[in-house]
Design a protein around this ligand. Structure first.
Ligand code: C2E
Ligand code: MG
Ligand code: MG
Length: 581
């Protein structure tokens, strides 16, 4: 009997009861009938009662209603001001229905009549369960709050150099653009990339590589005015934003100053080493009126600087002409790509870590260009977006994928969800939901086998519209994921409002596993966040065994990446699915 008691969960109760006989009755009843080991303190006077709840922690209060000099209402008031979360059950003789209801209204957990003690066990179970749930909810809310704070903190500052990161830079650049428009000034963006940084990392090790990045950051900050911004974009890439420019010459002066500053050696573990940099420059407004364009064009110019032999700066305008003509050629042939059957959907498997089986596929577009060969979406999706062609291309992808999926199911392959990427332009088309519905009906594919991937920049736009469209998708039964989560400026509070099913952790962070603590912290946080919000989570761009193990340790069990499979044409996937099942 004693052993058994030791295994029982203890339940600490305060019994407020002025009749010792009744108190004894309640105790005996609970002793016999409950699954708990009952630890019951008994008090009857108000001061005793108040000091008991003040200084002891009870899991439950059982209170008589008529008490010497006070009553159940007063007893309840004390609980509310001293230990409001403790369940309070009134156990008393007849008090009348009205009083009982009033007690409950005032916040009592329950009322049990002494004549019907049989109900007490049930009442206790219920109040403990409710308490447990409330505590659990509170704990989750607190966890979520901490996760939010952490991700915001990690998201804005570059861990290594303390410089602003991409998110902050974009924010400042947006503001600078607004201001520059009003005061009619120029903004210069210098995109700087160190030459041969990889060799330095390989020769001196990552630790010394990081030291060099810190030195470079310090040198850059010293060169510019306080009103300018130096940010680190990741790796060995830095952006310098120069405001209030009168002319293009001003920005060239800054660029030359930076190139000059690299003529001095850096001290790396007592070795003098010489490092150079390549700089691409874009200028607002002539090289772009949005932050996206300015950054992209400065990046392009930087590549040109590398191509031209490094250690120099290149102005965007001088190379833009070439790029524009090349893009024009490409978008001209893109127009005909659909009718010429040059587009093809590749599929990349998504794996369950536990079973090592394929649990889903992501559709990724490819262009078999007659002259250029296989062209990747990175080269042409933005052109398709700029020209509006993405609407018809996107529709074709959806049709192709749904048809293919249905055909595979009819051929007896295991039914599987396939994800299609949606562009922001497609999303802005108010017909998108009905268009997808039609495609599902035409192809007879059940909606649960279609997944739509939207990026954060879609998710974070016009809230009401987005939520409406996403709701329409979900009502149809389509599965929704947020692609490349955490790479754009996202509001977590807003994210909570979105009807989505899963978060995809981008390759950008996965590549930091075992390399950059900051990326690891972000991955952990995203996983906690997903769990707290009841969302699924999948990691993308998994390339190594270490990355796989890290993710599994963090309880992310779905993965996609070259470590398992590359994207493949439909016929190869079909063979794979046959052998995998
Ligand atoms: P995404 O949706 O984030 O797709 C993941 C990209 O990462 C794919 O590139 C995939 O091939 C690549 N990837 C997957 N695992 C690994 C890995 O382990 N290592 C490396 N290095 N890469 C990996 P892809 O196919 O070039 O597509 C690039 C982007 O183009 C996609 O990013 C998506 O945003 C867009 N895209 C692709 N197909 C479509 C489409 O049909 N419609 C729209 N609107 N966008 C598309
Ligand atoms: Mg995707
Ligand atoms: Mg992605």
């Amino acid at each position: 009997m004693k052993d058994e008691d030791e295994n029982k969960r203890k339940l600490k109760i305060l019994c407020l009861e002025d009749s010792p006989m009744d108190a004894q009755l309640i105790y005996e009843y609970l002793y016999k009938n409950s699954e708990y080991e009952i630890l019951m303190d008994i008090v009857s006077r108000e001061e005793e009662y108040v000091s008991a709840i003040k200084f002891e922690k009870y899991e439950l209060i059982l209170a008589d209603f008529i008490l010497p000099g006070f009553d159940g209402f007063a007893a309840l008031e004390h609980v509310k001001s001293i230990c409001p979360s403790t369940p309070f059950i009134c156990v008393s003789g007849f008090i009348g229905e009205e009083t009982a209801v009033e007690l409950l209204k005032q916040g009592a957990t329950d009322y049990v009549s002494k004549n019907k003690l049989g109900r007490l066990i049930y009442s206790i179970e219920r109040s403990l369960k409710e308490l447990n749930e409330a505590e659990e909810k509170e704990k989750r809310a607190a966890e979520l709050h901490i996760a939010n704070q952490k991700i915001e903190q990690l998201a804005y500052c570059d861990f290594l150099t303390g410089l602003p990161n991409r998110v902050i830079l974009v924010d400042r650049l947006r503001q600078a653009i607004d201001l520059a428009k009003r005061i009619k000034k120029k903004i210069g963006i210098l995109f700087l990339d160190l030459d041969g940084f990889k060799t330095i990392n390989d020769t001196f090790g990552h630790f010394q590589g990081d030291e060099l990045l810190k030195d470079v950051a310090a040198r850059l900050v010293n060169l510019v005015r306080e009103s300018d911004t130096v940010a680190r974009m990741g790796g060995d890439e830095f952006i310098i934003m120069v405001q209030n420019l009168e002319s293009d010459d001003d920005i060239l002066t800054v660029a030359n100053k930076i190139i000059d500053a690299f003529r001095q050696p850096f001290d790396l573990n007592h070795n003098e080493i010489y490092v150079t940099a390549s700089i691409g420059i874009s200028i607002f407004p002539e090289d772009g009126e949005t932050h996206e364009l300015l950054l992209k064009n400065a990046d392009l110019a930087m590549y040109k600087a590398k191509e031209m032999g490094r250690n120099q700066s290149v102005l965007c305008t001088t190379i833009m002409k070439d790029i524009i003509t090349e893009n024009m050629k490409l978008s001209n042939s893109l127009y005909r790509s659909l009718e010429r059957n040059e587009l093809e959907v590749y599929y990349q498997p998504q794996i369950s870590f536990n079973t090592k089986k394929i649990v889903g596929l992501e559709a990724l577009l490819r262009w078999n260009h007659p002259e250029l060969g296989l062209v990747y979406p990175g080269k042409f999706i933005h052109l398709a977006e700029q020209t509006g062609l993405i609407n018809s291309i996107g529709k074709w992808v959806l049709q192709t994928v749904c048809m293919q999926n249905k055909a595979w199911q009819e051929a007896g392959l295991p039914p599987m969800r396939i994800a299609v990427n949606l562009s922001i332009i497609q999303f802005q088309n108010s017909e998108i939901a009905s268009q997808i519905k039609e495609i599902l009906e035409e192809t007879k594919l059940l909606p649960q086998y279609l997944e739509l991937e939207i990026t954060e920049n879609i998710a974070m736009r016009d809230t009401d519209y987005i939520i409406r469209v996403l709701n329409a998708f979900q009502e149809m039964g389509i599965y929704i994921s947020i692609d490349d989560f955490g790479t754009e400026f996202s509001s977590l509070k807003y994210l909570k409002l979105l009807p989505i099913n899963r978060i995809k952790i981008p390759m950008l962070f996965i590549q930091g596993v075992n390399v950059d603590e900051r990326d690891e912290a972000i991955i952990k946080t995203i996983i906690v966040l997903a769990r707290n919000m009841g969302l699924d989570v999948i990691a993308e761009g998994v390339e190594t065994h270490q990355q796989e193990s890290f993710l599994a340790q963090q309880m992310c069990y779905e993965m996609q990446g070259f470590y398992y499979y590359k994207p493949m044409p439909a016929r190869e996937i079909e063979v794979l699915l046959r052998t995998d099942s």
